[in-house]
Design a protein around this ligand. Structure first.
Ligand code: WTA
Length: 691
């Protein structure tokens, strides 16, 4: 059988064109929406003394200008960076309306710069080369490493020279499949230095998923490591890469060079699978390169990176970001949201395999001259105190993580937190999913001792930078609300007809005009880009999220309204999981929905119809879960498999997901009208078979 990746993309042929989403999906009962309904939420005034923005009035004035005169606003900020060639006076144009022609975004047109130069050389040239750039903390307690800006620059130049030596040129894609070693952001920065697009693939993805991503952007070079320890578990990454490269080969695309870093505490040289001619050891190749590497000056709109993400259809989308606007907005959001000063020790727990690790572990902190903590391990190994040990060890000032981690640590008991010194903490951040007020309050009171503002940042792979977030100390906080738009984020809420809703209410979360780090296209498929983001509501970028706005103008994100689910902050397309389940020989059809999960935010609930005559045994259930792990990755494994002799379909054959969601969340008393089902009896059977 062909792999999921191809099957979903071509054979299954999902319709990319879709109208406004099913209005019933807006009524997601997420914690945030319940709170938005509740009587006046608690507003906390923080006593944090903010040094960048002094008042709400100052924000209001700056925000107003950023919307009314975006070109002027961002030009003033753009001047803080090094540009080899200045942009044109009239540097910005965009079109968000499909009726007016192709969708496009341009910022800093005519300008030339390089993001790596701005992240590294600029600081070294200013005499700050000895400052710590990365504080690396290994999986095991006794392993750590520190690298100064100068050391990182030298290593980036070596890798850049090596990339050039194997023929990588400006505009080529380079795949990176690696754990959280300093070498991962270093490889990204090396690509950016020579103008190659990095395509980082989270090292929890399976060989099949990695192969799909390599083939889609035709990366001839792959950078990886021998393996990694995650907690007490050993993961043989190079083996997965080898499988992926075989899959690529079978589909007619061959990777010619694979650079392997020996991570010898997991897998040493001797036990690492090897293909002569194609594979090269980092330790043999990189140290002999020169530490001088010419910078490739990039046009503002030259591509910087690709990052594949899940959408409502099966095939992952290669989100493309460009150089100038991304750089300016990554730096500016980091600076204001985390109130970041040069030299701050900042820790973002995200992996570079996701957008958060791109913008808020690598580019944002380095552009601001901060010290970024890079953690290889898992937050609860060897004990649930690990995060706070790291905070104490490095005196972390800003800590940024996902609500799922907060909920899981809350469950392990306060003693793991309070046993460590957290007095260095000033700002706490969250990202990836709505944070429920209970977890918010625990984070605020127990972790932050009631003195740290919480920045609940709403954004996406496509927006590349925060679009809605509190600015610390500038306005009161409401637990569970991302609060107000960032500069330049022209947020709009629309109803199902695409009419803008003013004032308090509930609707679809959209953006009305271009911001500097707007997704520029889906790699190789501009049509899909337009139909996914700009066709549902004419004249708007549609985020895929629902939201509420309260009387104070605060936004409450209610979650995805499309077929995307958010599991532990990882974005997963239900169609991808369905495609994977259908790879199992016994599976005739599958339908996947999300359900509320106390720790993960959402869990994966799969309804599976087996081939006629197949009995639903425990082995089959396990086999189905295993298939998803192999096809996508362990993080996408379904929590529940529900035997479904039939699925609730309309007479035209469309699966009524609303019904499946209600059964999954045990709300069968709210099924609504099911008279349009081809066979209403299906519902009865499903309820009887509930696991
Ligand atoms: C969700 C992660 C509520 C949202 C940066 C969005 C959030 C999706 C928040 C993007 C937040 C992100 N509150 N929901 N503060 N931040 N989301 O592309 O559903 O992995 O559409 O980017 O995460 O996920 P992605």
């Amino acid at each position: 059988k062909p792999s999921t990746f191809y099957r979903c993309g071509s054979l299954r042929n999902f319709a990319y064109t879709w109208g406004p989403p099913d209005p019933s999906t807006l009524k997601v009962t997420s914690a945030a929406s319940q709170v938005a309904h509740a009587p006046p939420p608690m507003v906390l005034q923080e006593n944090y003394k903010h040094s960048l923005l002094k008042s709400r009035e100052q924000y209001d004035a700056m925000y107003k200008r950023s919307i009314e005169d975006p070109q002027g606003f961002w030009s003033d900020i753009g001047k803080e960076f090094h540009w080899e060639k200045k942009w044109h006076a009239d540097h910005h144009s965009y079109n968000f309306d499909v009726r007016q022609g192709p969708i496009q975004n341009q910022w800093f047109k005519g300008g030339q710069t390089n993001i790596t130069y701005n992240c590294l050389d600029r600081h070294v040239e200013a005499g700050r080369g000895d400052q710590i750039c990365f504080l690396w903390e290994g999986n095991d307690l006794d392993r750590d490493r520190r690298m100064t800006y100068k050391e990182v620059l030298d290593e980036v130049c070596r890798v850049a020279n090596w990339l050039r030596s194997v023929g990588v040129k400006k505009g080529d894609a380079v795949a990176i499949y690696a754990p959280m070693l300093c070498e991962l952001p270093i490889a990204m920065l090396a690509c950016a230095r020579i103008g190659a697009m990095h395509s980082v693939v989270f090292a929890g993805f399976s060989a099949d998923s990695l192969a799909g991503r390599i083939v889609d952007c035709k990366s001839r070079v792959v950078i990886t490591t021998s393996g990694v320890m995650r907690g007490s578990k050993k993961v043989e990454l190079k083996k997965i890469v080898d499988n992926a490269l075989n899959i690529c080969k079978k589909s007619g695309f061959e990777v010619d060079t694979c650079l392997v870093y020996e991570n010898d505490n997991a897998i040493d040289k001797a036990s690492c699978p090897w293909t002569e001619g194609r594979d090269r050891w980092w330790h043999d190749e990189i140290p002999k390169q020169s530490t001088e590497a010419a910078v490739e000056w990039m046009d503002s709109e030259d591509p910087l990176f690709l990052l594949y993400t899940s959408g409502s259809t099966g095939k992952p989308k290669g989100v493309m970001h460009t150089t100038g606007g991304y750089m300016v907005m990554a730096a500016t959001t980091t600076k204001y949201v985390f109130d970041m000063q040069p030299g701050d020790v900042y820790w973002c727990t995200a992996d570079c395999g996701w957008i958060t690790g791109h913008t808020y572990l690598t580019y944002g902190p380095l552009l601001n001259g901060a010290t970024s903590v890079v953690f290889e391990g898992t937050p609860t190994y060897p004990t649930p105190a690990r995060c706070w040990q790291i905070v104490e060890k490095y005196k972390v000032k800003q800590f940024y993580t996902a609500p799922t981690l907060i909920r899981s640590l809350e469950g392990s008991g306060d003693q793991h937190v309070t046993s460590q010194d957290r007095s260095s903490l000033r700002i706490l951040g969250t990202v990836g999913e709505p944070i429920n007020p209970q977890a918010w309050n625990w984070y605020h009171k127990v972790v932050g001792e009631g003195r740290c503002p919480i920045v609940d940042t709403w954004w996406q792979t496509e927006t590349a930078a925060h679009l809605i977030s509190p600015l610390p100390g500038v306005w009161g906080q409401k637990p569970g609300s991302a609060s107000l738009p960032f500069f330049g984020a022209h947020i709009a809420m629309v109803d199902e007809k695409g009419q803008e809703i003013e004032g308090p209410g509930e609707g679809y979360l959209c953006v009305k005009s271009s911001w500097p780090s707007t997704i520029r296209t889906i790699y190789g498929d501009h049509d899909r880009y337009e139909t996914t983001y700009f066709a549902p509501f004419k004249g708007f970028y549609f985020s895929g999220d629902g939201c509420r706005r309260d009387a104070d103008g605060y936004y409450w994100i209610t979650g995805r309204v499309d077929d995307v689910i958010n599991v532990s902050g990882h974005r997963i397309g239900t169609a991808e999981v369905e495609g994977a389940l259908e790879e199992h020989p016994a599976c005739a059809e599958a339908a996947v929905v999300g359900f509320e999960h106390p720790i993960k935010g959402q869990g994966i609930y799969a309804y599976v119809t087996l081939m006629q005559g197949t009995e639903f045994t425990e082995d089959i259930r396990k086999g189905l879960v295993m298939t998803v792990r192999e096809q996508i990755g362990a993080f996408a494994a379904p929590d529940v498999i529900h035997e479904a002799p039939g699925l609730p379909k309309t007479r035209s054959g469309k699966i009524m997901r609303r019904v499946l969601r209600k059964i999954a969340s045990k709300e069968e008393d709210q099924l609504g009208d099911i008279s349009t089902l081809a066979d209403p009896g299906v519902v009865e059977t499903l309820l009887k078979l509930r696991p």
